[in-house]
Design a protein around this ligand. Structure first.
Ligand SMILES: Cc1cc2nc3c(=O)[nH]c(=O)nc-3n(C[C@H](O)[C@H](O)[C@H](O)COP(=O)(O)OP(=O)(O)OC[C@H]3O[C@@H](n4cnc5c(N)ncnc54)[C@H](O)[C@@H]3O)c2cc1C
Length: 420
């Protein structure tokens, strides 16, 4: 099977790269083993929330010079200031074209809530989520926070306490979905995705909306856990119209309904543009000749190789098994590329979970154009993108989503020969 570009991994970086290449008329295949980090998304894409020394970032572009000084290895340093703004804008355009509705801009961070109700800066937030332009500036006075009986992924008390401390009147309403849906099988499995599927049933949704309408009294806003809209976000607008009041979502613990929806919409967009998506297949062998990849093999296609002029590795980090930790080594199990890491295992992690963890910054070594390095030599037709890359701490710097989208777009532009 011959393609222009073969992409390994179908999370946010693989799909973004594939979409951009398909838009430009290239013929791409994405091979993806399964779930991506998007399934655990908070509902926001972070671009750059903090510098390595902990300084908070309000304007990511203004912070790039200092980021370069503090961490010359960061992928944004390779991208460079001018291209950074162009790619961030492109990422916003690409998400919008895929019908992923977000608020925010790369010019300035806004603020989102975590599932613990902590306020954090971010780049783009799903349009149906609670967000604020400045920390904790909400105009509501009376709000209703909804929860569902036996729901495992949401803790409304964190949010209720926070909003009460801000002087709001908060009504907490618990609804037993099992009685509304008349589906007792779901009682022991009240996870976000199962609830979202219950609401896909029009009758259950209508029953829920009617019951809610009778309970919210004079609320300025009704805040629900983000467990609606596996395929489409408009269910929140529909509910808002029925109730006649603002409805917004609060983040839950994983699984993330909005993350799964984003993954689905990106995949749809890639396939609408003519891309081939092989879900549930795993790349198990990559062949090299000199400084080029020549063929890749997958579990499902056995001895039939996939070939391309260009290859892109988007297999993620430890979380997606794009990187694997052995007792005293860190490896890329797919291509055997060189890894940027600390050889002394004792320095891989800090004892306090909330401290900076060095392993977060381990990843595949690349040259200044994100071309892979193997046995200290550059591989000319293999770009590496997203969480597979080394040199940055997505959690501490708050840049995971942005680094994945921007490096994927950078690789696509390189492959297309766009040097802008
Ligand atoms: C739990 C968690 C929560 C996060 N929350 C946020 C957040 O709120 N905001 C934010 O901005 N960032 C967040 N991030 C970071 C951000 O989501 C990730 O950096 C980004 O989504 C990574 O995208 P990716 O495509 O590079 O990798 P992944 O999303 O990890 O995708 C890699 C894909 O490659 C596939 N794969 C691996 N090996 C093979 C193989 N051999 N063959 C075929 N396919 C393979 C995997 O199945 C997976 O689908 C979070 C990360 C994690 C882990």
């Amino acid at each position: 099977m011959i393609f222009d570009t073969v992409i390994i991994g179908g999370g946010s970086s693989g799909l973004t790269c594939g979409i951009r290449l398909q838009e430009a008329g290239k013929k791409c295949v994405i091979i993806s083993s399964g779930q991506s980090a998007l399934h655990f998304s908070s509902g926001s894409f972070d671009l750059l929330n903090a510098l390595p020394d902990g300084t908070k970032v309000t304007n990511p572009i203004d912070a790039l010079k200092e980021l370069k000084a503090q961490n010359p290895k960061h992928p944004y340093t390779k991208i460079g200031e001018e291209k950074f703004a162009h790619l961030a804008q492109e990422a916003q355009r690409l998400l919008a074209d895929a019908k992923i509705q977000t608020v925010g801009s790369y010019h300035a961070n806004h603020y989102r809530l975590t599932p613990f109700a902590i306020t954090k800066p971010t780049w783009l937030t799903m349009a149906d989520y609670v967000y604020a332009e400045q920390p904790d500036t909400f105009s509501w006075k009376n709000i209703s926070i909804i929860n569902f009986t036996a729901y495992l992924d949401f803790h409304p008390n964190f949010f209720a306490d926070k909003f009460r401390r801000m002087g709001m009147s908060v009504r907490e309403i618990e609804i037993d979905l099992a009685t509304i849906a008349n589906n007792k099988n779901n009682l022991s499995e009240m996870r976000s995705t199962n609830i979202a599927r219950l609401f896909d049933n029009g009758k259950t949704f209508a029953n829920f909306a009617n019951i809610l309408k009778s309970k919210i009294e004079k609320s300025d806003a009704v805040l629900l856990p983000a467990c609606l809209g596996l395929e489409h976000a408009d269910i929140v607008d529909t509910l808002s119209n029925i109730l006649g009041v603002t409805v917004k979502l609060l983040p839950t613990f994983p699984p993330s309904v909005s993350g799964i929806r984003s993954q689905y919409l990106l995949k749809q967009r890639f396939m609408e543009l003519g891309g081939t998506y092989m879900l549930g297949d795993t790349v198990n062998k990559v062949e090299f000749e000199g400084n080029q990849v020549t063929k890749i093999y997958t579990v499902n296609h056995n001895d039939i190789p996939l070939r391309g002029e260009q290859y892109v590795l988007c297999s993620g980090s430890f979380f997606s098994q794009g990187l694997v930790a052995l007792p005293n080594d860190i490896i890329d199990p797919i291509c055997g590329l060189d890894i940027d890491y600390i050889s002394d295992r004792k320095q891989w992690f800090a004892d306090d979970t909330f401290d900076k963890q060095n392993y977060e910054s381990f990843g595949i070594k690349t040259n200044e154009h994100f071309l892979a390095i193997k046995d200290q030599k550059t591989i000319d037709n293999l770009h590496v993108c997203g969480a597979s890359l080394g040199g940055f701490n997505a959690l501490k710097d708050g840049c995971g989503g942005g680094a994945s989208l921007l490096t994927a777009l950078y690789a696509a532009e390189e492959i297309l020969g766009n040097k802008k």
